[in-house]
Design a protein around this ligand. Structure first.
Ligand SMILES: C=Cc1c2[nH]c(c1C)Cc1[nH]c(c(CCC(=O)O)c1C)Cc1[nH]c(c(C)c1CCC(=O)O)Cc1[nH]c(c(C)c1C=C)C2
Length: 568
């Protein structure tokens, strides 16, 4: 593969990876310790999920001489990331109860590299069927979604299923009435139905949002979840018109897009501060998603192990936070009370990074995952990633309120030593919002089996299974979220004078990558005396600069470029 770096001098050190990584980490330490004259003495991180662990890790890189304490309520760190290794006849299989794969993201790739986990990675290549075959269940069968530009045949098959009914509205969108200037937010459903019609929105878009938020598109905020679409309409009066303008307004042939200046700065910081090893970059480029041979928990464990080795981070598992507040006295410190009922401690910190949830900011949804393993390796009627179920499916086709089914044994390979078929049925989300109780393990298993029998015709008995209820696992960025977040940010600043920062899936996005990137930004924000500033870590939402037209490539990490680009 033709790949080369921008900076030829670095090329030889790149090839000698261990040396390069060693140098990189020493350079980072030198740079970080240069500001150590004014480093915080103690930092507390509240919550040992991925956002908390990554925050502690990055903060320790910034301040090697600061004592960092991570408080985690449960016995184990990692939060929603949980992998379970299960013995089955013929080998072992990996069951994930939470996030199961990662998409390429600069900070995550860098973290994996720093933790020495590159050899533990498994990739789903772009060429594999699971990368290309994604299905939507509608109205009573699986429909393959076109992977890139759809062929006429693919469009015809989709149109025949009825999924695309109402698509004509999409091209007449620029002629439709403009959105009222005073409208400060809209639901994803309403925004998209205005241009695509309600039927496609319900049949297609709702399925995609099930797969990410397990949420209801008629409640989620377009302004937060599809901000570029919202801003394009704001600037150009039409989403399609704005999109087409972006194709024309090219500078040196580059595609353009709208971006918030904060995001542009963040992209520049990644570009200048992060080096990704060339071998890893190549693998990531060829993959749609990746995970770890031992499951996603490898990442959380890798982080914990690396932190334990630093000597300046203490992880207190089984130590729930009871309360925290700005401590009395002249010095700005935050007092944290934590621990079990019979063993509570009260300690003061210069900075607290909280990943704990705030009940007023967002509602949450609960998801039940049921992992199923069958001895027969050839059970599935189609090969692919799995399928999502839209909101429009009538109750009799989906009484269990399943959101989707993942074909794990094809979606990500290299984790199991047994050859059978592995599936995960995901149920609940917004559908279960009003439930007073949830199905127990036995009921969950029966419901999942009935979903795969009705949708896929699978009647076999699974030889291994795991039922897990993740109560309140995905925050819902509902209508008006951004305004609520702004108010929340100023109240935090008033109360904690900058000594409390917040990060995690309630603020940065619901994915693992969002949490890791948010943690990296929080730690950078503490640098060079930033820990004494009045920020609460929500600088992005408080930054009122308008979105501007930028070259799309300026938003992407591109230290690794193709030979063609180098020569251009
Ligand atoms: C525990 C359930 C989760 C559901 N959504 C998320 C979790 C952790 C978060 C999430 N899922 C996806 C994204 C998009 C980008 C990314 O970081 O990968 C996010 C933030 C996409 C996704 N959804 C499912 C899978 C296997 C993936 C990743 C791989 C891919 O896109 O190729 C499946 C899935 N997740 C949820 C449901 C209900 C579901 C249904 C099949 C909820």
């Amino acid at each position: 593969m033709l790949v080369r770096r921008h900076v030829p001098l670095l090329e030889s050190t790149l090839r000698a990876r261990p040396l390069r990584l060693l140098l990189a980490s020493q350079c980072s330490r030198l740079r970080y310790s240069s500001s150590s004259a004014a480093h915080p003495e103690r930092i507390a991180v509240l919550g040992g999920g991925i956002a908390g662990l990554a925050s502690a890790f990055f903060a320790s890189r910034e301040f090697p001489n600061t004592k960092i304490t991570v408080y985690e309520g449960s016995a184990e760190t990692g939060g929603w990331i949980k992998s379970k290794r299960v013995q089955v006849p013929g080998g072992e299989v990996n069951f994930e109860t939470g996030p199961r794969t990662l998409r390429n993201a600069t900070v995550t790739a860098h973290l994996v590299q720093e933790l020495g986990l590159v050899d533990d990675l498994v990739f789903t290549k772009r060429s594999e069927p699971s990368a290309n075959n994604r299905f939507i269940y509608y109205p009573d069968r699986l429909n393959r979604l076109p992977s890139k530009v759809p062929s006429l045949g693919e469009l015809f098959t989709l149109a025949r299923s009825g999924i695309l009914n109402g698509w004509l509205g999409t091209i007449t969108e620029p002629l439709q009435p403009k959105r009222p200037a005073a409208l400060s937010d809209e639901t994803v459903g309403s925004f998209l139905a205005r241009r695509m019609g309600k039927r496609i929105t319900d049949n297609l878009v709702s399925a995609v949002f099930h797969g990410i938020y397990a949420g209801n598109i008629w409640q989620l905020s377009i302004r937060t979840l599809l901000p570029t679409a919202w801003q394009l309409e704001d600037k150009y009066g039409s989403l399609l018109g704005g999109f087409l303008r972006m194709q024309h307004e090219t500078d040196n042939g580059n595609m353009q897009t709208l971006a918030h200046p904060y995001d542009l700065n963040a992209a520049r910081a990644m570009q200048s501060e992060i080096d990704i090893d060339i071998d890893l970059a190549e693998k990531l480029k060829e993959a749609t998603v990746f995970s770890f041979k031992g499951g996603m928990q490898t990442l959380a464990r890798g982080l914990q192990n690396a932190m334990e080795k630093t000597g300046n981070i203490e992880i207190r598992a089984g130590s729930p936070v009871a309360s925290f507040k700005l401590a009395d006295g002249a010095e700005k410190k935050v007092e944290v009370i934590a621990g079990s009922d019979d063993n509570k401690t009260t300690e003061n910190y210069d900075v607290v990074i909280s990943t704990l949830r705030n009940a007023e900011l967002t509602p949450y949804v609960t998801v039940m995952t049921v992992n199923l393993y069958y001895e027969n390796p050839a059970l599935l009627p189609v090969e692919g990633f799995g399928y999502l179920i839209p909101q429009s499916i009538p109750f009799d086709q989906n009484p269990e309120r399943a959101l989707g089914v993942i074909f794990d044994s094809t979606a990500i390979k290299g984790q199991d030593t047994a050859p059978g078929t592995k599936l995960t049925v995901m149920m609940g989300g917004h559908w279960w919002n009003d439930f007073e109780g949830y199905p127990d393990e036995e009921e969950g298993l029966a419901m999942a089996r009935s979903v795969v029998e009705r949708h896929l015709g699978i009647k076999d008995t699974p030889i291994a299974h795991h039922v897990n209820l993740s109560k309140d696992c995905i925050p819902q960025y509902t209508l008006g979220y951004e305004e609520r977040l702004k108010e929340f940010a100023s109240s935090l600043q008033d109360e904690y004078k900058g000594r409390l920062r917040v990060v995690g899936n309630q603020f940065n996005g619901v994915g693992v990558n969002d949490c890791i990137t948010g943690a990296w930004q929080i730690a950078r924000g503490l640098r060079d005396g930033g820990w004494k500033s009045g920020s609460c870590g929500l600088d992005r939402v408080q930054d009122s600069r308008p979105w501007t037209v930028v070259n799309a490539r300026d938003l992407t990490y591109r230290k690794i470029v193709s030979e063609k680009d180098v020569n251009a």
